[in-house]
Design a protein around this ligand. Structure first.
Ligand SMILES: NC(=O)c1ccc[n+]([C@@H]2O[C@H](COP(=O)([O-])OP(=O)(O)OC[C@H]3O[C@@H](n4cnc5c(N)ncnc54)[C@H](OP(=O)(O)O)[C@@H]3O)[C@@H](O)[C@H]2O)c1
Length: 301
């Protein structure tokens, strides 16, 4: 089968579409014929060698953590899913014609494969973040970097939990944030004043998707470091705030909730652009500019 892989750290040019052996579903896993695989910042960060000290890669490394497609192999001990069903979920080596998933949910019939392929990572991340922050109905949450994949999803899950969301994005993306149910504001200096004007009653929790020294400012805004979580700033715990690097234990529950919210019209994901497998390098280069709205997705015929 064809897969997108690299054999050395480097820029987008190290990515190659190559013939590799097909994977097979082990116990507790399923294999899908991939129709769409999401692109995440972690893809180009790993390729660049950003995590090489803490998490060295085995080469050749096939990229991707998520996909949607049609089940064509079922591993031992798996129930509740049949050959030929459309699912979306998390796995490894997913930017390929076939991929093994370790957690998944049924794809609603009317959910496009491109959207389903881009949802798993951001759904897992957004729900984990809101759980760690303990976001409850009636609370107000501030999300920085709200127009990207994780932010777009976190807004909608927080809204479904009954919270009010203030999100930061550049001005042209404010209508997009409003459509998702958030109150938009710009980023940059003066954030605390802008947030205070939008939420005079105060902000209960903050989710940082940007880093760059924002954690201290967010702690001042929230007034309680234990209710500030950064997904990007490793130093957050030094300030008493939270940092979360690892997946939740049962992501399939969050994926099933995402499917339900989609069917109720309460969750969507904007796919900014789709690319064929052969253009994964272009997709990762665009993601690395860090201005994607929603997600980028690789479409597999
Ligand atoms: N720790 C974990 O488990 C975990 C899991 C998933 C993701 N992450 C990390 O979380 C971050 C967000 O992921 P993602 O997938 O949502 O990324 P993404 O989709 O690439 O985010 C792009 C968005 O970031 C916004 N942005 C860029 N600079 C900004 C700034 N200074 N202030 C506010 N918004 C800004 C852009 O909006 P504008 O165009 O308006 O600037 C754009 O819409 C990434 O760094 C990713 O690696 C961590």
């Amino acid at each position: 089968m064809k897969a997108v892989q690299f054999s050395e750290y480097g820029g987008p040019e190290v990515l190659k579409v190559e013939e590799v052996d097909e994977p097979h579903a082990g116990p507790g896993q399923v294999r899908i014929a991939v129709r769409a695989a999401g692109v995440n910042p972690a893809d180009w960060k790993r390729r660049d060698g950003f995590f090489r000290e803490i998490m060295p890669l085995d080469f050749p490394y096939v990229v991707g953590f998520e996909a949607a497609g049609v089940v064509d192999e079922i591993g031992e001990g798996v129930s509740g899913v049949s050959i030929g069903e459309a699912i979306f979920g998390l796995g490894a080596r997913t930017t390929a014609e076939y991929a093994v998933l370790t957690s998944w949910a049924h794809k609603p019939d009317d959910m496009p494969f491109e959207m389903a392929g881009g949802l798993p990572v951001v759904v897992e991340t957004a729900t984990r973040s809101l759980d760690l922050l303990g976001v409850k109905s009636g609370e107000t949450v501030l999300v920085t970097g709200a127009a990207g994949g994780v932010g777009s999803t976190a807004i909608q899950f927080a809204r479904s939990r009954g919270a009010t969301v203030i999100g930061t994005a550049s001005e042209p993306k404010h209508d997009y944030l409003r459509e998702l149910g958030a109150i938009p504001t710009t980023y940059g200096s003066g954030l605390a004043d802008r947030v205070k004007a939008l939420a005079p009653q105060g902000v209960d929790a903050a989710l940082d998707l940007i880093g760059s020294g924002l954690v201290s400012e967010l702690i001042d805004i929230v007034g309680n470091p234990a209710r500030v979580l950064s997904l990007v700033d490793f130093s957050a715990p030094e300030h008493g705030a939270l940092f979360s690097p690892t997946q939740q234990e049962h992501p399939e529950r969050a994926l099933a909730e995402a499917a339900r919210l989609y069917s109720e019209g309460a969750l969507r994901l904007q796919v900014e652009k789709t690319f064929p497998l052969a253009q994964t390098a272009e997709a990762q280069a665009l993601s690395a500019e860090e201005h994607v709205t929603g997600k980028l997705v690789i479409s597999v015929p």
